[in-house]
Design a protein around this ligand. Structure first.
Ligand code: NAD
Length: 474
């Protein structure tokens, strides 16, 4: 007889482990199956986010930022150092320690909450049974009243630039370079391309990013994208738009690229190539015969707005379903589904999911862009405020960027908040709270913001909607 659970979660990444912990908190007998192995061959829970995504990239972003400040930023403060150098081994070692701390943290939380962790690959069979294939080849089947599929996503591979793990790499490979590549090529000026391109640029690489689309950061508000592009160019990050890669060939220790740019066919030679052209749902091999669960044309599990697959007791959350591939979107879906299973009112606010790009300056937004509102015919007013006029930002030597608030022209309800600047990954939370509470620009404008803080840019941008910002000419 298969061991019986209330809930089985397939996948222990951000969406899956949140679902498992919340289900266990609610008194449900819960199992979570995950196949990710760390460098020691042991189970490493936390999926892409903890192992090769959010957390390790932020560790390297911070190390490289410190180095960049040492070589470029501290001078303005009157601080100088002779012959600064970076030990890449130590930097990567620090990153690995952080990863281990957090993957181990999930295992500890599972234990504390009595979630049973299975190490292996899970496959959903008929009648909510799940087959687990362990790394040693052994198999067993367990069963549950509810199964949550949370199998995440994998990098998209270009057929003419296949990953070899050495010269042509994905995001995981770009976190593992043993030295600073002299010339780094990046395909895709999306979130990963910009973040990891920035890491290696700050450490001394000559970085060229090729982006197929004609517009930079097309998903962001145009003013923010423009301001970000200006800052990245100032840092020497070369971004070529409208550049379509034709092929990438490894020749000895180099990668030779052929692409079509704005002015015709071009070539580029680099030492390493990062391909970051998006991710796709990881659902191959996850569904056995006769489960009834459907996949869409992009291989994503089809679900309704409550992450229900339409099959009794089968749910799916995170990157393997529709919606943005963001860890925090997965967190909330995992929690909501666990609560729905327990008979509670689980809910995800898809309209206020914050986006953050951890470049320098950072980019963050929530809600609609001006272009979206124009396309939808919604009347709006905007107010913006530059960090160059915020005392704290200038004192920190971080004057780049701005905050822009978009509010409904008649009701004043906040429809979108867009930011580029220092620490905006943190500032965006205020905008999300205001939008969740259906706040108006006037609400934000009348809330006291501590002085001197970076948050004053949000305050003044909200005041600027009504043309009454104090520290700029409206
Ligand atoms: P992305 O979708 O953010 O960007 C991919 C970029 O590659 C796009 O701009 C696209 O136009 C371009 N592109 C596609 N095909 C191309 C080609 N053949 N040649 C040149 N350019 C091409 O994807 P990503 O950066 O790979 O990130 C993957 C996912 O991971 C995203 O969904 C992202 O949201 C998520 N992620 C989020 C964060 C964060 O929240 N900070 C960090 C890393 C990854």
């Amino acid at each position: 007889m298969s061991e019986q659970f209330d809930v089985i979660v397939i996948g222990g990444g951000p969406a899956g482990y949140h679902a498992a912990i919340r289900a266990a908190q609610l008194g449900l007998k819960t199992a979570c199956i995950d196949a990710w192995a760390g460098k020691d061959g042991k189970q490493a829970l936390g999926g892409t986010c903890l192992n090769v995504g959010c957390i390790p990239s932020k560790a390297l972003l911070d190390s490289s930022r410190q180095f960049w400040n040492l070589t470029h930023g501290f001078e303005a403060h009157g601080i100088s150092a002779s012959s600064p150098r970076i030990d890449i081994g130590a930097m990567v070692g620090r990153k690995e320690k952080i990863v281990k701390q957090f993957t181990g943290g999930v295992a500890m939380l599972f234990k504390a909450n009595k979630v049973t962790a299975y190490f292996g690959t899970g496959k959903l069979l008929k009648d909510r049974r799940v087959e687990i294939s362990a790394p040693d080849g052994s198999r067993q089947t367990i069963a549950a009243t509810n199964v949550i599929i949370a199998t995440g996503s994998v990098p998209i591979e270009l057929p003419f630039a296949k990953f070899d793990g050495k010269r042509i790499v994905d995001n995981a490979g770009a976190l593992e370079f043993t030295g600073v590549p002299k010339r780094l090529g990046v395909i895709g000026a999306g979130v990963i391309g910009l973040e990891l391109g920035s890491v290696w640029k700050r450490l001394g690489s000559d970085v060229t990013i090729l982006e197929a689309l004609p517009d930079f950061l097309a998903a962001a508000d145009a003013d923010i994208a423009k301001a970000a592009a200006r800052e990245f160019a100032r840092q020497g990050l070369r971004i070529e738009l409208g550049a379509k890669l034709l092929k990438a060939e490894v020749k000895g220790s180099e990668v030779h690229l052929a692409y079509v740019g704005k002015d015709g066919e071009k070539s580029l030679v680099v030492d390493k190539l990062l391909v970051a052209v998006g991710r796709r749902a990881h659902t191959e091999g996850v569904l056995g015969d006769g489960t009834g669960v459907r996949l869409d044309e992009r291989g994503r599990v089809v679900v309704d707005e409550h992450c229900w697959t339409g099959i009794e007791g089968v749910w799916a959350v995170g990157d393997c379903v529709r919606g943005p591939m963001l860890a925090h979107k997965g967190f909330e879906e995992g929690i909501a589904v666990a609560e729905l299973i327990a008979g509670k009112a689980g809910h995800v606010s898809y309209d206020t999911i914050p986006w953050v790009i951890y470049t320098e300056p950072e980019v963050a937004w929530a809600g609609k862009t001006e272009k979206q509102l124009k396309d939808e015919g919604v009347p709006y007013r905007t107010g913006s405020f530059p960090f160059a006029a915020v005392g704290r930002a200038v004192a920190m030597n971080e004057p780049a960027g701005m905050v822009k608030v978009i509010a409904h022209a008649e009701t004043d309800r906040i429809l979108g908040v867009h930011m580029v600047g220092a620490c905006v990954s943190e500032l965006i939370a205020e905008a999300v709270v205001a939008m969740e509470f259906k706040g108006s620009a006037e609400d934000l404008a009348r809330i006291i913001h501590a002085h001197p803080t970076l948050s004053e840019a949000v305050h003044e941008a909200a005041m600027a909607v009504d043309k009454r910002a104090i520290h700029k000419v409206n």
